[in-house]
Design a protein around this ligand. Structure first.
Ligand SMILES: C[S@@+](CC[C@H](N)C(=O)[O-])C[C@H]1O[C@@H](n2cnc3c(N)ncnc32)[C@H](O)[C@@H]1O
Length: 250
């Protein structure tokens, strides 16, 4: 109770500061066209790399999950499911939660069996029991959220993935800001240390650059994996998983 009062107070203060554009108005700003800043070949290449590194990430943690295929994975802020279908390859099910109905409608034109799309009012309260998921995942969702919302969403991610892992694919460059903070579709970088502090007691498991295939420079953001503190750290070097980045042309 005390915590939610605290966050309500923080929210009040922050809304005052950005009163020209409170977060509620940021709804209905995400359509399939702006799930990514790119389309055409850029989007295809970026997505191919993200899917590749998502597979590598899951393969790295899979060895440490007991019976990984008996628990589902959760894509939080899944958009139209660009990456949700990869989760279905490894876990009992892929559940994709999304606030924008338009994106779910878009998704349902394509992904038939692999992913269960669930329309949600907010990502701050996920309607699942503690420890439901082996993995909870976000890709460029927190980077678009206000400071006071991020720890709330992360607390929910840790709760529903208790005993498992949380993977954040987010902008982590310090000081990165695209657009105006708090106004519609802004993008804000938060450092890995900032995310690690918010993820406590989950522990940092590994960090890899988010290679973009040149769509927005070679790298923008990171894959940041956290594990429940009851799980052991990974034993093999992550380089053993052939994560080396492609080389820039000479
Ligand atoms: C850049 S898209 C990424 C979608 C998907 N994860 C992907 O990588 O294709 C950002 C997503 O975050 C969601 N989102 C942004 N701000 C949000 C907020 N304040 N509350 C809930 N969802 C939000 C949008 O609806 C959208 O699906």
């Amino acid at each position: 109770m005390a915590i939610s009062k605290f966050w309500r107070a923080q929210r009040g203060k922050e809304e005052e500061r950005i009163s020209q554009q409170p977060v509620e108005r940021a709804r209905e700003t995400w359509s399939a066209r702006d799930v990514n800043a790119f389309d055409g070949p850029h989007l295809a290449i970026q997505t191919a790399y993200e899917q590749r590194y998502l597979r590598r990430s899951i393969e790295y943690i899979q060895r440490r999950l007991v019976h990984p295929r008996t628990r589902p994975a959760l894509d939080i802020g899944a958009g139209y499911g660009r990456l949700s279908m990869v989760l279905a390859e490894y876990f009992s099910k892929s559940i994709a939660v999304e606030r924008e109905q338009g994106l779910i409608d878009e998704a349902q034109k394509f992904w038939v069996d692999d992913v269960e799309f669930i329309s949600v009012e907010t990502l701050a309260r996920l309607n699942y029991l503690d420890g439901t998921f082996a993995l909870a995942f976000t890709c460029t969702v927190l980077s678009h959220m206000l400071d006071y919302d991020v720890p709330i969403v992360l607390r929910e991610a840790c709760r529903v993935a208790r005993g498992g892992f949380v993977l954040l694919v987010e902008i982590t460059e310090p000081g990165y800001l695209h657009g105006t903070y708090g106004v519609k579709k802004f993008t804000k970088g938060r450092t890995i240390d900032e995310y690690a502090a918010m993820m406590h007691p989950f522990e940092l498991d590994f960090v890899r650059p988010r290679f973009m295939g040149g769509a927005s420079g070679p790298v923008l953001g990171s894959f940041v994996m956290f594990r429940d503190p009851t799980l052991p750290p990974g034993s093999a070097s992550i380089n053993g998983l052939e994560w080396d980045l492609p080389r820039a042309p000479a």
